[in-house]
Design a protein around this ligand. Structure first.
Ligand code: CTP
Ligand code: CA
Length: 227
């Protein structure tokens, strides 16, 4: 409704969003990453901007044009994504859509690793855990956004695992999506909106429609559904 009549119910709100994958370097020419396309996060950025929010989009490397009217911060690694988010605070809402790489190579060589370094056998890949950006922002004592929303990509027990994830990370809502099918990289998504006391399953729909529905729910939660 809000979007149809051109109302700006999110005017005056600063919304911080992460999107896309992160890239974790192994050496100057190689990295660990994942298949996130950034489509869902970019669609959410566009949807909340359309409702009048000031948007900061902290994005990993994706092949998408920046949404109109959004402040972009381009990053590669999880650690840089966290830094960029902390720099962008304070925000009224934080939406963590990025598929942050859980691990990074524990050592990133500053020279290209060679197939056969003299006298060496195949290198073993040793990993270190990345910071959890969503949990870090959720648990801030100073500058915690009033509404913190995470995503949960699951292949099974989607809603139960999402509820557990929400508690563990300290966020307010989780958009749980079933990634057992072809949603990663696809145009559609099938999600459940999990809040502290409710689980709402949404039918499969376009990522743009998921984004607009979520934007409208945020406007309602901030107490300003129609502008
Ligand atoms: N997330 C994050 N920083 C990380 C890992 C995840 O901010 N280092 C955020 C994601 O943006 C998402 C939420 O946490 O909003 C859940 O991500 P997900 O990968 O589903 O959860 P994990 O806690 O990493 O657990 P697992 O991958 O084992 O399911
Ligand atoms: Ca993960």
């Amino acid at each position: 409704l809000a979007a149809q009549n051109g109302a700006k119910p999110l005017e005056g709100q600063h919304i911080l969003i992460t999107a896309g994958p992160t890239r974790e370097p192994l050496d100057p020419v190689r990295y660990l990453s994942n298949h996130s396309s950034g489509k869902q996060g970019y669609a959410i950025a566009a949807a909340v901007a359309r409702l009048g929010a000031r948007v900061t989009l902290v994005s990993g490397p994706v092949a998408l044009a920046p949404p109109k009217g959004v402040d972009m911060v381009n990053v590669e690694t999880a650690r840089d994504m966290l830094k960029a988010c902390e720099t962008a605070l304070p925000a009224d809402v934080f939406i963590s859509v990025a598929a942050v790489a859980d691990w990074r190579p524990s050592i990133s060589a500053n020279k290209k690793l060679k197939l056969k370094d003299e006298g060496k056998t195949l290198p073993a890949l040793s990993l270190a855990e990345n910071p959890d950006i969503l949990a870090t922002i959720s648990k801030k004592r100073k500058n915690r956004p009033g509404l913190v929303i995470g995503f949960a990509a699951e292949t099974h027990d989607v809603e139960a695992l999402a509820q557990a994830k929400m508690k563990r990370k300290g966020c307010d809502w989780i958009v749980a999506n079933d990634v057992s099918g072809d949603v990663m990289g696809g145009a559609e998504n099938e999600v459940s909106l999990v809040t502290r006391d409710n689980v709402e399953h949404w039918p499969r729909m376009d990522k743009t429609t998921v984004a607009r529905n979520l934007a409208n729910r945020i406007a309602v939660a901030l107490g300003n559904p129609d502008g």
